[in-house]
Design a protein around this ligand. Structure first.
Ligand SMILES: Cc1cc2nc3c(=O)[nH]c(=O)nc-3n(C[C@H](O)[C@H](O)[C@H](O)COP(=O)(O)O)c2cc1C
Length: 258
């Protein structure tokens, strides 16, 4: 990315964060081949032995906004999509409340708040959309332009099979009405946090993913996030270098089947 140094190390001269990023890629034909051994699966919960009294918590959960509780309770990864398209308004709502700006005016410093928290307010990601069946939107690949809340068309045509291939051949990425692809823009966060930025980037993406799920739930859509990606194939589709900007997380969305 222009104007930003490629190699940045911490005080000790290490660049283990960069190495971690490169070495944890999924490459077609070279997936790690280990079998899950459920006998050695770590405990799902920690039980604190020797702790004092257990205080049962009240179960009449209260929210100022009633619907929020049911959104949290109902959220699921939903993987069955209807053939009917989703609307452009639904896609717009999803984009706005995942990576969109929450304050509608630009600060003099160029600093903007979003609907999700981000370390240092740096928002080290970009959003791309593969539109398969969105009313009023030609099939193709788009980039979400955050400041103008608009989509820029990058490539027109059906990309559904290629998108599914990128997502470790998962059919849900072909069947969805739209696929949101989130990239990590490392220099944005590394600028402030050096090699520690890799921790924060994935936390930031996690916040983005949760908003995606909750907004989809509020719209009564089916949605699921995907972290299983053939990184280089995804980067090639998006035309990014996989170093300064790298495909990191995907959200598939569409009308619910049934
Ligand atoms: C980082 C991350 C990666 C995921 N990757 C996939 C994936 O590749 N394919 C898939 O079908 N679901 C994927 N999921 C969804 C999880 O399987 C799902 O959240 C989990 O089974 C719990 O179910 P729930 O979301 O309905 O509560 C992913 C979720 C997260 C947070």
């Amino acid at each position: 990315m222009a104007g930003l140094p490629r190699k940045v190390t911490n005080m000790q001269g290490d660049d283990y964060g960069d190495t971690f990023f490169k070495r944890s890629r999924y490459v077609r034909g070279m997936l790690p081949a280990h079998r899950l051994d459920f006998n050695t699966k770590p405990d799902e919960f920690k039980a604190c032995k020797g702790a004092g009294n257990r205080i049962p918590l009240p179960r009449d959960y209260v929210f100022e906004v009633d619907r929020f509780g049911s959104l949290l309770a109902d959220r699921r990864s939903r993987r069955r999509f209807a053939r009917e398209p989703m609307t452009l308004q639904e896609l717009s709502t999803l984009l706005k409340y995942t990576s969109g700006i929450s304050a509608d005016q630009f600060d003099a410093s160029g600093f903007n708040f979003r609907h999700v928290p981000s370390a240092g307010g740096l928002y080290p990601y970009e959003t791309y959309v593969v539109a398969n069946r969105v009313d009023g939107l030609a099939e193709g690949l788009y980039h979400y332009d955050v400041p103008s809340h608009a989509l820029d068309l990058l490539a027109e045509g059906s990309l559904a099979p290629r998108t599914a291939a990128i997502c470790l051949d998962q059919a849900i990425a072909r069947q969805a009405a739209a696929v949101l692809a989130w990239t990590a823009v490392v220099p944005r966060s590394r600028w402030k946090y050096l090699q520690r930025c890799y921790r924060y980037i994935y936390m930031d993406l996690g916040h983005l993913g949760q908003n995606f799920y909750l907004v989809a739930e509020a719209l009564r859509l089916a949605a699921c996030t995907i972290g299983a990606l053939y990184d280089d194939e995804g980067n090639s589709l998006l035309g990014i270098d996989g170093v300064d900007e790298s495909l990191s997380y995907v959200g598939v969305v569409g009308r619910r089947a049934g």
